[in-house]
Design a protein around this ligand. Sequence first.
Ligand code: AMP
Ligand code: MG
Length: 295
Amino acid sequence: MLPKELLERLVVPPGKSRVRLDDYDTGWAQTRELEELGKQAAKERAQDMLRQNIADLSDAQELLYASSQQSVLIVLQAMDAAGKDGTIKHVMSGVNPQGVQVYSFKVPSVEERHHDFLWRYAKVLPERGRIGIFNRSYYEDVLVVRVHPGLLDEDTKAKSFWDDRFEDIRAFERHLVRNGTLILKFFLHVSKKEQKARFLERLENPKKNWKFSAADIAERSYWNKYMEAYEEALAATSTKWAPWYVVPADHKWASHAVVADVITSGIRGLDLKFPELSPEQRKALENARNQLRAE
Ligand code: AMP
Ligand code: MG
């Protein structure tokens, strides 16, 4: 487990009127403990923790699935190349695929645009016992469309348009939590410098060319506008029931360790129990066993 003090520093405090992303480290989120270790040792420590967390997550998920009481919604948001896909691949590598549903949200279809903005997300929420991962989410509806208001038909000039959406999101999440969903939201916080390095790697390594899209460069030129939109969204929607974690993402080992840790402790905190058999069910098992033995 990562030091509690470190994880607490990554949470956006609910009710904060202003969030500054510059106050959050994109590096390796050093605590005094990790700092004393030095970077290489911290990396090895984080990788050990990730291995342990992957194993623990597998157990936690089995219990979630067996008890079928609660669901888990994981929201991943980030700038391009911050590592959303890799985080899903690594953190979820030990879990049973039957219990996980991943949805990657792209530009909405015409049908989706003809509904309220939460419609397409509400349709694919995880059922009880499952982990649902949103690779991008309804937060795009206060991020990319805020940076590019031309994408929407509505009049978005008034600030109240966005405040209304924030209110809708808070209420939507409150509703889900009250109905048995654990919501964990991660903003993978990568620096502009590291994004450049990863884009160059995608351009120069033939095996990674497919990951690059020409639109990525265009979006990069809106970096400051995105940061402002993220800051507002994080401040408005980090709540006691669904807090945001700002995860340092310049080193993949750091972001994977943090995300795995928060998910594992989150599911453990649900205090789930394997279903207990009633006396009748126990009797039925006993009968079945006797029948098989007698064959
Ligand atoms: P990627 O995740 O890199 O495959 O890209 C998906 C693209 O879909 C990104 O450019 C997003 O900005 C875009 N996208 C996702 N959700 C929305 C949305 N609600 N409205 C507009 N664009 C979106
Ligand atoms: Mg992309």
